[in-house]
Design a protein around this ligand. Structure first.
Ligand SMILES: [Cu+2]
Length: 174
């Protein structure tokens, strides 16, 4: 009602469009008619075309040994018994990657530091070595929806260096 008031004459058009979309959806569902066990695959084919999504992910120093010269409080942190004893804090930038199920993730991994890192997603079998001062590319397909943690597997950088890959179900894709 309020929409009609704001947009005189357009309410019916919008209503008809809605009915048309609903009718189309019903027709498509009736035509494909897959059994429940394969309906997810059918939806993938008909409602969303997976694409390649490219990301540049750069490793960033946050609290590392080299910073002690300019931030003297870090000397206490890195000293024996300090809260960063035996550790350094690095991050991935960006630290959250979002794709749809079925997408190919094309990653360019940039490591400007001289420390080596890895880009590791244990649940997906991804483990990319990032040598010091290097650029590495990799790609893989996000087959299953979920939230996957990626980490640097260097023990000196755990548990600080991590991020998340969010794989959305393709049913919600537009
Ligand atoms: Cu690392």
């Amino acid at each position: 009602m309020r929409l009609n008031h704001l947009l005189p004459g357009r309410g019916i058009t919008i209503l008809l469009l809605g009915v048309s979309i609903l009718a189309g959806g019903c027709t498509a569902a009736a035509a494909s008619g897959p059994p429940p066990t394969t309906s997810a695959a059918a939806v993938t084919e008909t409602s969303y075309q997976p694409r390649t999504r490219s990301f540049v992910v750069t490793t960033m120093p946050i609290a590392v040994h080299e910073m002690q010269a300019s931030m003297d409080y870090l000397q206490k942190d890195f000293a024996a018994g300090g809260i960063l004893d035996g550790k350094e804090v690095y991050g991935f930038y960006p630290s959250t990657l979002v794709v749809y199920q079925g997408d190919t993730i094309d990653l360019t991994l940039v490591n400007p530091q001289d420390d080596p890192h890895t880009f590791t997603i244990a649940d997906l079998g991804v483990n990319v070595e990032m040598k010091g001062q290097s650029v590495t590319r990799t790609s893989f397909v996000a087959k299953t929806p979920g939230i996957y943690q990626f980490v640097c597997a260097e023990s000196e950088h755990a548990p600080y260096m991590w991020g998340e890959l969010v794989v959305l179900p393709d049913q919600v894709a537009h």
